[in-house]
Design a protein around this ligand. Structure first.
Ligand code: NDP
Length: 258
């Protein structure tokens, strides 16, 4: 009974920004659990490569080139995916950007808007478009990729724009969970620590001093890997989390304990 709850057989799952890093790991995790996966990613060539890779692993995968910041395109992609697959059971809102290490007083309008456009607006357009489908079909699960940066202030790199955007993701998660809970749609977030992906190479690979601070600040003394976030996403998307909505699940090696 308990292992069955983790099965996603027959489910249709959409992963935004699913072409690399945490998103690609989530696509793999949901696919291995039996879901048909739709990778929605900015760059068409990355969509193609990821879908091919998932296919080689025996996962039923499709792809769509999508910029989540364009709400009309998000609506059109949602309609097309529903038309093709009949339903959408799971949405992983993973597309996100972080051009960190910029002090607040030097943050340009463009830099601020870039982060809000992708991390907040784009995430909401996806919640709205796919949430409508889930409400209409009477159920679904949304997992938003938030961040520990929505709970704490990172050190030493300044990144107020990113921290604020991820705090918004968490509060949006709770708001939608409250609005949609009675109609069968669960909405949760994961809040990862530093995960080894292209997004964090500015610290892990290029700045040993910064990287040391990151490790010193983390009780487990290490950064995470994409699959460690994907496992938490799989759990929240599955029936094993049937009573869980509005949660912000820290996947942070203990970072937020201190
Ligand atoms: P990556 O940069 O490795 O991957 C993000 C993917 O999203 C990229 O393929 C990127 O494309 C794509 N993307 C960016 N903008 C858009 C857009 N407008 N529409 C569609 N796709 C887009 O990042 P991670 O895997 O590290 O991060 C994934 C999520 O996890 C993000 O939301 C991030 O904020 C969050 N997170 C990451 C942590 C980390 O330490 N890595 C920690 C906590 C949270 P492109 O490369 O072309 O921009």
């Amino acid at each position: 009974m308990y292992m069955e709850k983790l099965s996603l057989a027959g489910r249709v799952a959409v992963v935004t920004g699913g072409g690399q890093g945490i998103g690609a790991a989530c696509a793999g995790a949901l696919g291995e659990a039996g879901a048909t996966v739709v990778v929605a990613e900015l760059l068409p060539e990355r969509v193609e490569a990821t879908v091919a890779d998932l296919g080689q692993r025996g996962i039923t995968a499709h792809g769509v080139a999508l910029d989540v910041t364009h709400s009309a395109d998000v609506d059109a992609a949602a309609a097309a995916i529903r038309a093709a697959h009949g339903r959408v059971d799971i949405l992983v809102n993973n597309a996100g950007v972080a051009k960190s290490d910029v002090p607040a007083e030097e943050t340009s309008d463009e830099h601020w808007r870039f982060h809000m456009d992708v991390n907040v607006d784009g995430l909401f357009w996806c919640c709205r478009a796919f949430g409508r489908i889930m409400l209409d079909q009477g159920g679904g699960a949304i997992v938003n990729i938030g961040s520990m940066s929505g709970l704490i202030v990172n050190k030493p790199q300044p990144q107020a724009f990113y921290n604020a955007s991820k705090a918004a993701v968490h509060q949006l998660t709770r708001s939608l969970a409250a609005e949609w809970g009675a109609r069968g749609v669960r909405v949760n977030s994961v809040a990862p620590t530093y995960i080894e992906t292209p997004l964090t190479s500015f610290g892990i690979e290029e700045n040993p001093e910064m990287y040391k601070v990151w490790l010193d600040m983390t009780p487990m003394g290490r950064v995470g890997q994409p699959d460690e976030v994907a496992s938490a996403v799989h759990f929240l998307a599955s029936d094993a989390a049937s009573l869980i909505t509005g949660a912000i699940l820290t996947t942070d090696g203990g970072y937020t304990c201190w």
